[in-house]
Design a protein around this ligand. Structure first.
Ligand SMILES: Nc1nc2c(c(=O)[nH]1)N[C@H]1C(S)=C(S)[C@@H](COP(=O)(O)OP(=O)(O)OC[C@H]3O[C@@H](n4cnc5c(N)ncnc54)[C@H](O)[C@@H]3O)O[C@H]1N2
Ligand code: MOO
Length: 406
C-alpha cells in the first residue's frame, strides 16, 4: 500500500465501522465500583419511588380543603389525631372535615391527607386542637407516589456512562450490583532506538518516553485497561514478538513511533507479517502518518511518534472506536468563542489546533497555542482544540469557533 494515499477522518471512521463489528461483553460490578462505566442494559424500575406519599417538611398532614383560606386572623381549626413515626407504615387515616396528624420530614402521610402545613404556620391550642394559619394546596410539601420514578419506567438507558447521580438512582431502586460493558484491554508498545524510560539515565541524542504514559492515561480516561508492553528498539523481530504477545493479551494494540517512511519504521511490516494494513495516512494535522491494521481479527493502530499527533489520533479515531465497542456515544458540548487572530492553513487536511480560552470584556476569546507536533506542551498549555475542516484555508480574526475540551 502506498504511503499517504490518505483517507479523511470520516472515511477512516467509516472504514473501521465496516471492517470491525466487535462489541464488548458484560460483567456485573458493585455500584461502589461502577463510576464511569457504561451501562449494558436498560434499567427499568420494578416499583414506584417513593411507594408511599412522603412529607418534605416537619408539620401537620391535612386534607387541603380543610385549610383552604386559612389565615393568621382566621386560622383553620384541626383535630389532632396523632403522630406519624419515621419508617413506619401508618395504619390510621384522617377524616374530612378537620382531622390532622403530625408528620416529620420524610414521614408517610396517613390516608386521607394530601398536603402538609409546615409547623411554623401552626399553633397548638391544646392537646387536641391545632390551628393552621396558612392554606396548603393539594400535594404541597409532599412527594407523591411515583413522583420520582414510576413502576416500569426506563430510568437509565443502556449505553449511559454512570455518574454519581445514576448510581444514586440505582441504589434507590435496590440495585447493589449492575451489569456494565467489560473494559477493553489495550496494549501499548513504544518503539524507537532513541527512547528511554522516564526514570532511566538519558544520554545526548536520546529522549524520554512520552507516548507510553500519554496513551496510558488517555486509555484510562476512556474507560479502558492499559497494558504496557515496554519500549522496543527499532528491531523487526523484537517488535514482531512483542506485537504477537500484545495481540494475545489485548482487545486492541497501539504502537507508537515507526509509522512514517523512515528506514527503521518497522510498524507496517510487522502488522503485514501477521495481518493486513487497512490505512496508511490520514488527512489530518497533526497525525498524517497513521497506520490502521487488522491482525487476528483485532484492530491495531500505528500512531505517529510525535506526541501531539499521537494524542490527536487517539482522540479522533481510537476513542471513537472504543466508544463504538461499548455502544457509547460521547456527546460533548463545545464552548463557543471568537478566534483571536487570522490563521492560515493549507487546504486538504483537517486540523486540530490547540487553543486557550479567555473571557475578555464579557466575550469568550480563543487564542491558538502554537507549536510543532513534536512538542508535548501544546495540549498541556491548551484548554481545548478547534477543529478546522479540511476544505477551509484557515480562520479569520473574530470568526466564531467551537472549542472542544481536550
Ligand atoms: N519524509 C517524511 N518524514 C516524515 C513525515 C513524512 O510525511 N515524510 N511525516 C512526519 C510526521 S507528520 C510525523 S508525525 C512523524 C511520524 O513519525 P513516526 O511515527 O515514524 O515516528 P518516529 O519517526 O519513530 O518518531 C517521530 C518523532 O517522535 C519521537 N517519538 C517517537 N516515539 C516517542 C515516544 N514514545 N515518546 C516521545 N517521543 C517519541 C521521535 O523521537 C521522533 O522525534 O514523521 C515525520 N517524518
Ligand atoms: O503528524 Mo505529524 O505530527 O503532522 O507532525
Amino acid at each position: 500500500m502506498d504511503l499517504f494515499k490518505v483517507l479523511t477522518i470520516d472515511e477512516t471512521r467509516k472504514l473501521i465501522d465496516d471492517k470491525f463489528s466487535k462489541i464488548m461483553g458484560s460483567e456485573t460490578v458493585s455500584i461502589l465500583e461502577c463510576t464511569g462505566r457504561i451501562l449494558y442494559n436498560n434499567i427499568k424500575s420494578k416499583e414506584n419511588v417513593p411507594d408511599f406519599r412522603r412529607s418534605t417538611v416537619d408539620g401537620y398532614a391535612v386534607y387541603s380543603r380543610d385549610v383552604f383560606g386559612a389565615s393568621e386572623t382566621i386560622p383553620s381549626m384541626l383535630d389532632y389525631k396523632g403522630e406519624v413515626l419515621m419508617g413506619q407504615e401508618v395504619q390510621e387515616e384522617i377524616n374530612f372535615p378537620g382531622e390532622c396528624f403530625y408528620v416529620p420530614t420524610g414521614g408517610m402521610l396517613p390516608k386521607g391527607a394530601d398536603s402538609v402545613v409546615m409547623i411554623e404556620y401552626t399553633d397548638k391550642l391544646d392537646d387536641n386542637i391545632i390551628l393552621a394559619s396558612k392554606p396548603s394546596a393539594p400535594l404541597e410539601n409532599v412527594i407523591d407516589i411515583g413522583e420520582d420514578i414510576k413502576v416500569d419506567e426506563v430510568v437509565i438507558k443502556k449505553g449511559t456512562k454512570l455518574r454519581a447521580y445514576e448510581i444514586g438512582v440505582l441504589s434507590s431502586l435496590g440495585y447493589s450490583v449492575v451489569e456494565v460493558y467489560k473494559k477493553p484491554v489495550i496494549g501499548i508498545i513504544s518503539t524507537g532506538d532513541e527512547i528511554v524510560d522516564c526514570d532511566d539515565e538519558k544520554k545526548i541524542g536520546q529522549i524520554r518516553d512520552i507516548n507510553t504514559y500519554l496513551l496510558y492515561s488517555l486509555i484510562i480516561e476512556s474507560g479502558c485497561i492499559p497494558i504496557k508492553f515496554g519500549l522496543i528498539k527499532d528491531d523487526y523481530n523484537m517488535l514482531k514478538n512483542t506485537f504477537k504477545d500484545a495481540l494475545s493479551k489485548c482487545d486492541m494494540v497501539l504502537m507508537s513511533g515507526g509509522s512514517s517512511v523512515g528506514k527503521k519504521d518497522h510498524t507496517v511490516n510487522v502488522i503485514n507479517s501477521i495481518g493486513e494494513i487497512l490505512v496508511h495516512g490520514i488527512s489530518v494535522k497533526p497525525g498524517k502518518p497513521t497506520i490502521i491494521g487488522k491482525a487476528e481479527n483485532k484492530i491495531v493502530f500505528g500512531l505517529p511518534g510525535h506526541p501531539l499527533a499521537c494524542a490527536v489520533i487517539f482522540k479522533s479515531i481510537v476513542k471513537n472506536y472504543i466508544d463504538k465497542i461499548m455502544e457509547y456515544s460521547d456527546i460533548s458540548y463545545p464552548v463557543e468563542s471568537k478566534f483571536e487572530i487570522n490563521y492560515h492553513k493549507a487546504k486538504g487536511r483537517e486540523e486540530y489546533l490547540p487553543v486557550t480560552l479567555h473571557m475578555i470584556n464579557g466575550e469568550m476569546i480563543s487564542k491558538p497555542v502554537f507549536g510543532k507536533s513534536g512538542l508535548i506542551t501544546g495540549f498541556s498549555k491548551a484548554w481545548g482544540y478547534v477543529r478546522i475542516d479540511r476544505n477551509e484555508e484557515g480562520l479569520k480574526e473574530g470568526q466564531k469557533v467551537s472549542v472542544n475540551k481536550f
